[in-house]
Ligand binder design. Structure first.
Ligand code: DQA
Length: 143
C-alpha cells in the first residue's frame, strides 16, 4: 500500500523559512519521520514537493492509480487553487489536507481553504506532527 505525501510551494524552505511559525525541521527531516511512521504501519510513502501548481495537479491524478490515499500540504495554493480542488474531486482515493501551522490563528487570507470542501478532512496546527496525524487518518480510512 502506497500513500502519496504531496508538498506545495515554499515547503522546500522549511528549516530556514519563518522558523517561529514553522519550526526548525527541514522537509527532509519531516520526510524521515513520515517514513519511520509508515514503515511501522506497513505502508510505503511516496514523498514529493513542488513549487508548481501543475505538478501537484499531475501528482493527484497519478495517485488515483498508484496510491491508496494522499496527504497534501498544498502551501499557499490551499487558499487560491480551484485547479487543486478540481483535481481532488476528479480522483476517488481519499485525500487529507494538512498544515504545519494553525492557519485559523493567522492572517485572514489563510482562513479560507479552496481544497477543504473536496477533501476527507483537515489537520492543522500540530507542527510537523500534522504529517503523522494525516498518515494515521489515511491508515484508518484505507485499511
Ligand atoms: C501552510 C500554511 C499556508 O497558509 C502557507 O501558505 C504555507 C504552509 C502550513 O503548513 O502551515 O505555505 O500550508
Amino acid at each position: 500500500r502506497t500513500i502519496f505525501v504531496l508538498n506545495g510551494p515554499n515547503l522546500n524552505m522549511l528549516g530556514k523559512r519563518e522558523p517561529g511559525i514553522y519550526g526548525g525541521k527541514t522537509l527532509s527531516d519531516i520526510e524521515a519521520e513520515c517514513r519511520q511512521f509508515a514503515e511501522a504501519q506497513g505502508v510505503t510513502i511516496d514523498f514529493r514537493q513542488s513549487n508548481h501548481e501543475g505538478d501537484l495537479v499531475d501528482w493527484l491524478h497519478e495517485a488515483s492509480d498508484k496510491a491508496v490515499g494522499v496527504a497534501i500540504n498544498a502551501g499557499a495554493y490551499t487558499h487560491t487553487s480551484v485547479a487543486l480542488h478540481d483535481a481532488i474531486r476528479a480522483i476517488s482515493v481519499p485525500v487529507v489536507e494538512l498544515h504545519i501551522s494553525n492557519v485559523h490563528a493567522r492572517e485572514e487570507f489563510r482562513h479560507k481553504s479552496m481544497i477543504a470542501p473536496a477533501v476527507k478532512g483537515v489537520i492543522c496546527g500540530f507542527g510537523p506532527y500534522s504529517y503523522i496525524l494525516a498518515l494515521q487518518a489515511l491508515d484508518n480510512l484505507t485499511r
